[in-house]
Design a protein around this ligand. Structure first.
Ligand SMILES: Nc1ncnc2c1ncn2[C@@H]1O[C@H](COP(=O)(O)OP(=O)(O)OP(=O)(O)O)[C@@H](O)[C@H]1O
Length: 235
């Protein structure tokens, strides 16, 4: 069953068009990654789905309902949760207070205790640091906090923007191990990253984005087998 369906969208900033006639989808329970060089529109695509960049053409549907044109809060309330690049937490709040901010919608708030337990079992380091101010966390811990905050909501689709950005290789591996666990729990995931190495092991399906258009789609396994493609597009 298709969960998210993006059909022929066009959007950009001011007069400049960033995404042209872009179509893609995410099935229920699937982890999908969009790979592509920086500056080619990956973040813009997530922002368009979240209602932060208006479309000038095309349509986006979630669970069969048109969400393009809705306010960003309504799209979040529908279950599309966006973890932006850089994932800055509220620095003067504790880890736990930051996590609780992710459960601000009434349905999630009612189940916040159970959700906190789930986040702490997935990220024991956050549990140990629950009373620590977010500004004192390491880069990797901050990224975990951003993922945890996303899980505190009633997400049906978790969209994660470049989880490897600015982290040391060993920390990237740790973050991706957690994303794999989240995907294995059945939550649908749409991930964008410039770094293919880890992302292709988490995703079932991959799209390659170049200059605002998707140039290829395939199973992650096929991409891994295709060395020429892998090096041509992903370096
Ligand atoms: N707020 C903005 N105003 C004007 N142009 C923007 C804005 N945000 C992004 N752009 C432009 O849109 C294009 C696509 O940027 P986008 O951030 O979507 O790329 P990306 O593939 O996610 O790369 P990165 O990972 O570096 O963010 C770039 O040319 C960028 O300069």
């Amino acid at each position: 069953m298709i969960l998210l369906e993006v059909s022929g969208i066009r959007c950009g900033y001011g007069g400049s068009v960033v995404l042209h006639d872009l179509s893609m989808h995410v099935n229920q329970g699937e982890a999908v990654v969009i790979l592509g060089p920086n500056g080619h529109g990956k973040t813009t695509l997530l922002r368009a789905i979240s209602g932060l960049v208006p479309l000038t053409a095309g349509e986006i549907k979630f669970e069969g309902r048109t969400i393009s044109g809705l306010e960003a809060e309504e799209i979040t309330a529908a279950g599309v949760v966006h973890i932006p690049q850089g994932d800055l937490p509220f620095p003067e709040m504790t880890v736990e207070e930051n996590l609780l901010m992710g459960a601000y919608l009434p349905r999630a708030w009612a189940r916040r205790g159970e959700k906190l337990d789930r986040v702490y079992s997935l990220f024991p380091r956050l549990g140990e640091r629950r009373n620590q101010l977010a500004r004192t966390l390491s880069g990797g811990e901050r990224r975990m906090l951003a993922l945890g905050r996303g899980l505190m909501s009633d997400a049906k689709l978790l969209m994660i923007d470049e989880p490897s950005l600015g982290l040391a290789p060993i920390v990237i591996e740790e973050v991706y191990t957690k994303i794999k666990e989240i995907a294995a729990s059945g939550l649908s995931i749409l991930l964008v990253d410039e770094n293919a190495t880890h992302a292709v092991h988490v995703a079932q399906r991959v799209y390659l984005l170049e200059s605002g258009s998707l140039v290829k789609e395939g199973q992650a396994g096929e991409l891994l087998m295709d060395e020429a493609l892998f090096s041509a597009y992903l370096g």
